[in-house]
Design a protein around this ligand. Structure first.
Ligand code: UTP
Length: 472
């Protein structure tokens, strides 16, 4: 921790002396807090953020007239091609060359849950949390292929301790704790239009997360990337914490990526409707890009082909496979920084914190999909959202806990029906009883049919709730 004199010097050198404005009014503990905050500020990065902000405000960063874009080609894996990709993925898993990375550093503000989002209960019967479903899939893969799929969990400063404690409390959901690697994403200060760091309390600097693109730098900084290399991983399956339907390290996707020699592969699904807020994979200026839905005009969003399909039909839901050498290259190269005008709490002259009613400051973020610009081979592969995607984003309505539980139940009902269990459904295919299947009991329809056909298997009662859990 710097001394007061050291803090004063470095802040003055960087034009941020106002950070010590309340020093004389702080008690011992407050002064220690403030010096710890100063120690956290990465001044070279702040200088870079100031440059990004100056360019943004002067218009120098405005994109040149965008080149025309077209939808990126999308592969639908079927038949022999799917089987070959699946077999290749199984080979990768059997050789222990695949890892999994979940980004769980977000604030979950729309959900309004007090705690890490991964702890949110989604099991329709047991209330098991999001982390349970992810971890149990990795346990199923380990049992099936004989090698662990190391699990890299990105947290934030705000939720890191709670996330680690939660895994420990749940005995890592059956995983070997040596195969779980927590790492913390970076935090950046916000800036005023003049490039000044903001105090949100007299002894505290406002920091915000550096975005999901911060994953790449955080992997490097934390040693997680070195761990991947030391374990001989060749690829890493990347996903978001809020989607318990995700088919983690899905062999067909992993195998397709490996066989294609891809740097970064992108899973895409058909959008629910033209307005759904998913980024879209496009080709522009000879490159694949994910363009955020806010960049599309309403006309582009609803443009249709002669066969009636949406022209920009497929959206990205942030399910990727990265090759490990590509992660290394990107961690070294760095991603572009985006700036957004936001509301940031700020301390007033009296030392009280005020929450602005309009944007008052600039926050900075990196986006993971910007790595696509450097990827030489970056295929887009389609998946069926009814099987693999139902995120918990909002407290109510679309993409909420209620829709997620219903979608999970509907998927498990399909698996049970395929295994010969006569589950009663409503007119829209949702089961009339509650269903829950532990991924370690069965991670797909074929595994479920196998488990239920085995001697001594449980006999689900279609007239009641169906809960199938692994003994472990
Ligand atoms: P979202 O953009 O949905 O954000 O993140 P969120 O924080 O979960 O929810 P809101 O927007 O505040 O309501 C998508 C995924 O990216 C992770 C989140 O944890 C989630 O898995 N994420 C997001 C990070 O890990 N770090 C970030 O800085 C932002």
């Amino acid at each position: 921790m710097p001394t007061y004199e050291e803090a004063q010097k470095i802040l003055a050198e960087n034009g941020q002396s106002h950070v010590l404005a309340f020093w004389d009014r702080l008690d011992e503990a407050g002064r220690a807090n403030l010096l710890a905050q100063v120690a956290k500020i990465d001044f070279p990065t702040v200088a870079r953020l100031r440059g990004v902000l100056a360019d943004a405000l002067s218009g120098a960063a405005a994109p040149a007239a965008a080149a025309p874009m077209e939808p990126a080609p999308v592969r639908v894996l079927e038949g022999a091609e799917r089987e070959a990709a699946f077999a290749r993925g199984e080979e990768e898993l059997r050789a222990g060359r695949v890892g999994a990375l979940v980004v769980a550093g977000g604030q979950g503000s729309r959900l309004g849950f007090d705690g890490p989002k991964g702890c949110y209960p989604v099991g329709p019967i047991t209330d098991e949390p999001l982390f349970f479903f992810h971890a149990r899939k990795l346990l199923a893969l380990k049992r099936r292929y004989g090698r662990p799929v190391p699990f890299y969990v990105m947290t934030s400063e705000t939720n890191d301790a709670a996330t680690r404690a939660f895994f420990a409390e749940h005995r890592f959901f059956g995983l070997d704790e040596r195969d779980v690697f927590f790492f913390v994403q970076g935090m950046w200060p916000a800036l005023t239009p003049e490039g000044r760091i903001i105090l949100d309390r007299p002894d505290h600097v406002f920091f915000g997360p550096d975005g999901h693109g911060g994953t790449l730098a955080a992997l490097e900084r934390s040693g997680a990337l070195a761990d991947m290399e030391a374990r001989g991983l060749s690829s890493v399956f990347y996903f978001q914490v809020d989607n318990p339907m995700v088919d983690v390290a899905d062999p067909a996707f992993v195998g397709f990526h490996a066989a294609a020699g891809a740097d970064l592969s992108v899973k895409v699904c058909a959008k629910r409707d033209p307005q759904e807020g998913l980024g879209v994979a496009v080709r522009r200026g000879g490159r694949t890009e994910i363009v955020e839905y806010t960049e599309f005009t309403d006309e582009q969003k609803s443009e249709r082909l002669p066969d009636g399909e949406l022209r920009y039909k497929y959206g990205s839901v942030a399910i990727h496979v990265f090759s490990v050498p590509f992660l290394r290259r990107e961690a070294d190269a760095g991603l572009p920084i985006h700036v957004a005008h936001k509301k940031v709490p700020v301390v007033d002259a009296s030392g009280a914190t005020t929450k602005p009613s309009a944007p008052n400051a600039y926050k900075f973020e990196k986006f993971i999909f910007d790595a696509l610009a450097d990827a030489k081979v970056c295929p887009c592969v389609a998946f069926d959202r009814e099987e693999e995607f139902s995120p918990v984003k909002n407290a109510e309505g679309a993409d909420s806990p209620a829709t997620c539980r219903a979608d999970l139940s509907r998927k498990w009902a399909r698996w049970l029906l395929a295994a010969g269990v006569p589950v009663p459904l409503d007119g829209r295919g949702y089961p009339l009883r509650r269903i829950e299947i532990d991924p370690a009991f069965a991670h797909d329809a074929a595994a479920l049919a196998g488990r239920l056909a085995a001697p001594g298997a449980p006999a689900p009662d279609p007239a009641g709730d169906i809960l199938l859990r692994d003994a472990d």
